[in-house]
Design a protein around this ligand. Structure first.
Ligand SMILES: *Cc1c(COP(=O)(O)O)cnc(C)c1O
Length: 461
């Protein structure tokens, strides 16, 4: 059925020998559909003049690109309800920018110490190595970039990013993203990975790609052989709907998994596409069958032009509720909201801890059974003053990395005297004077006075 459609589409693209070329990823990219008339011709549909005018206006702002492969997954007869269609084809609603929508909601450009690098978390960076994608997802969080900077950053530009990673020993994990890193040639990607391999403190590399979904033929034997030489490399892909898991994408995933590359998946929760517990359950089951671990379920970001895709947070919680306990723990992704302004990913979950007292917690399970867990009567906590040599727990120090407790973690740490985290512009605290405790001499920062224990971390933008 799909194969027939491939044949049909290849013919409509007026390509001789189309079916043999169909599996050539470069052919697919060259024949990506970028305008509405071609789209109409290939699918045999026609939009009325009014709709077309709106679509053209949308494309002027956010361009269109669909691989013939991904296009072939659209159910033409019912395209108006098709999850593939809506991920690939524009809607006039993209031009409705709501107050609060942002072009860079995650402040990726602000937290960027070098070109292409976003350094947000202590030990890992995002490295955008390509501005190209084979398909432009309509729900792209980096919609601001799509199309208008369609180029591959040159070596000099990437060298600046690499230099930042090289001189920042805290970075032990590098996420290659974009665009799609697999839009780069094997050789170019090989060069980047070789440079990263040579950096001693980089322990793992992750590649975020949508190729197994929108252009599975990109996962060639050569690509996989090359990746294999740079282990440990993790690949994270982006399936949003069970219909995207086809024979071709299965084959691409199998190639990667057979090469020993661990696979994860990030799904974006999208209204009208996958905001349904049954669809999500089908998706995560198909993923684990193909050795892909559902990693994150993302709340849709507040990027401009995405408001029609956004759901209430409650929909995500409802979906997670329908998964935890009901199906394999392995198949349950972590549902996260990426904090607007650059706070990073924040996990959100249904509540399972209902109440507690000093020696018991009350919990509920997925069936609604309410249960108790009795805490131990005697527990000898290990006071941690960071003097690991004298501790009864053993940690081989030459393997241990020193790290500083951050944020909420520091409030829990024995060795840290921080008492509270306080917004930097808290007027009540400001009234107390310089040291925060109303006295001028007591409480040197870091000392035992209250001031040293109030950590002012929040700042108004
Ligand atoms: C998502 C993300 C990461 C990786 O986060 P994990 O939770 O480790 O997967 C790193 N940097 C940035 C900027 C990110 O957005």
């Amino acid at each position: 059925m799909i194969e027939n459609r491939h044949h049909d589409l290849a013919e409509r693209l007026d390509v001789k020998d189309g079916l043999n070329l169909w599996r050539d990823w470069k052919w697919q990219i060259k024949h990506s559909i970028r305008d509405i008339p071609t789209f109409e011709k290939l699918l045999g549909i026609r939009f009325d003049a009014e709709r077309r005018e709106k679509l053209e206006a949308t494309l002027a702002r956010f361009p269109l690109s669909i691989t013939p492969y991904y296009l072939s997954l659209i159910e033409v007869k019912d395209y108006a309800n098709d999850p593939i269609f809506y991920q690939a084809f524009p809607q006039a609603a993209e031009l409705e920018i709501l107050p609060g929508d942002m072009s860079d909601p995650l402040a990726e450009d602000k937290d960027s110490p070098a070109p292409g690098i976003t350094h947000r978390y202590p030990d890992r960076v995002l490295f955008q190595v390509s501005n190209l994608c084979s398909m432009y997802c309509r729900h792209c969080t980096r919609k601001r970039r799509v199309g208008d900077r369609d180029f591959i950053p040159g070596r000099q530009v990437l060298d600046m990013g690499l230099a930042y990673i090289r001189k920042t020993p805290a970075v032990r994990d590098v996420l290659l993203s974009g665009g799609d890193p697999f839009m780069l040639s094997d050789d170019y990607l090989d060069w980047i990975l070789t440079e990263l391999d040579a950096i001693e403190h980089v322990e793992i590399v992750r590649i975020g790609t949508r190729m197994p979904v929108v252009l599975p033929y990109r996962i060639t034997g050569d690509l996989v052989e090359m990746l294999k030489r740079h282990q440990p490399v993790w690949v994270n892909t982006h399936f949003n709907h069970p219909r995207e898991i086809t024979a071709s994408s299965r084959q691409a995933l199998a190639r990667l998994a057979d090469a020993g590359i661990p696979l994860g998946n990030q799904t974006v929760l999208l209204a009208g596409i996958n905001d349904c517990p049954r669809i999500m359950r089908k998706l995560v089951h198909k993923l684990v069958q193909n050795r892909v671990r559902p990693y994150y379920l993302f709340q849709c970001d507040m990027s401009e032009g995405l408001s029609h895709f956004r759901t209430p947070v409650g929909k995500g919680i409802e979906i997670v509720e329908s998964l935890i306990g009901h199906t394999s723990g392995l198949a349950v992704p972590t549902y996260v909201i990426d904090a607007p302004g650059g706070g990073g990913k924040i996990p959100v979950m249904p509540q399972y801890l209902i109440s507690w007292n000093t020696n018991k917690v009350v919990l509920r399970n997925f069936e609604g059974v309410i249960t108790t867990y009795k805490e131990p009567d005697s527990y000898r906590p290990v006071f941690c003053d960071r003097d690991c040599d004298k501790c009864r727990l053993s940690l081989k120090l030459d393997e241990a990395e020193e790290y500083q407790a951050l944020g909420i973690e520091s409030l829990l740490a024995d060795h840290d005297e921080a008492l509270s985290l306080v917004p930097a512009d808290t007027r009540r605290i400001d009234r107390r004077g310089d040291n925060g405790d109303g006295r001028s001499s007591a409480g040197r920062p870091g000392g035992n006075g209250l001031a040293g224990r109030l950590r002012r971390i929040f700042r108004r933008r």
